[in-house]
Design a protein around this ligand. Sequence first.
Ligand SMILES: Nc1ncnc2c1ncn2[C@@H]1O[C@H](COP(=O)(O)OP(=O)(O)O)[C@@H](O)[C@H]1O
Ligand SMILES: [Mg+2]
Length: 348
Amino acid sequence: MTGKLKVTVLYDLEEEEPAGVQEEAPPPPRRKGQKKRKKKPVKHDREEIFEALEKLGHEPSYYVLNGRQQSLLGLARCGADLIFNLTEAYAGDDTREMHVTAYLDLLDIPYTGAGPHAHILAQDKSIAKKMFAFYGIQSPYFATAWRGTIDHAHDIAFPLIVKPTSEDGSIGIDATAVVTTVKDLMERIAYIQTEFDSPALIEEYIEGREIYASILGNYENARALPLVELDLSKLPKGVPRIASQDVKFEKDTDAYRLTKSAIAEDLDEETAAKLAEIAIKAYRAVKLRDYGRIDMRVSPKGEIYVIEANPNPWLSSGQEFAIAARKSGLSYNQMVGEIVDLAMARHA
Ligand SMILES: Nc1ncnc2c1ncn2[C@@H]1O[C@H](COP(=O)(O)OP(=O)(O)O)[C@@H](O)[C@H]1O
Ligand SMILES: [Mg+2]
């Protein structure tokens, strides 16, 4: 393991929020007569990572970028040996996530996870899909539409799913994203363009199991952790079996309650091995580093399609990456420690 390091856990907030070095605010004091909260509040991934870093013997701190110049200037002087990079946007703009890493590169401060080149290749799904095609990695046939310009290489057939090219967290993906008629397709394209000011990615819809491969490592040492499946089979009839925003985040919905990510137990060995191999290829194709997650679908015929590659996936202990790491025998702290070691080794 790497010796004791000053590790700055970096994350972003919107402009009106405080920037710079942060001590997490304590929870608000209990008001008179207010009952003790029964449920433990869910910990933020950054808190889990901070605690893991402490237990690993490092010296963690927090730093917030809020989109103002002061917070950028302060970051340059933060004195970290390593940034644990949890930024997902800059000033609320997630297309500028890549600029934060480019800035860290210019400052010569080591950081965990993807660099700017990986963000460019992976964030715009249409670019990632073009990379996949070059490496012979199967992903659903697609076209993009942006204000009257259509970009396509193949004919595409219904059913289709229409989504923003560069969003994350299932933004813009709900039950009406899957279309089977030209009218619904056109309406959905218009919706994506106006609502998100983004080109629409129109992709063949792949019915099948949803499998996530978490990858840890770099270059020839990148390895796939045990596969995780998001079981969508219990969604009510007539609802498309997709990981919509409700499924992912809306705890009060049936969609959330009826779906669950768990280790994919009953995949045959050959399919599991193929999934892992394809995921590592996809990870390399879009130049992910240290850790990443490749989302795939397996059709009823056993064909494997890569849906997307995620640089710096969510590391919360309840999420797919940590589930996979745990199954592979790594504790949460060991998982965090390995990401730190991988990032430091790249800078050695
Ligand atoms: N071509 C597709 N075929 C089937 N399901 C898809 C397809 N594209 C997306 N989905 C469904 O929508 C979910 C979110 O899509 P994805 O492209 O991964 O967006 P995000 O980046 O927001 O996670 C996927 O996890 C999957 O359930
Ligand atoms: Mg996804």
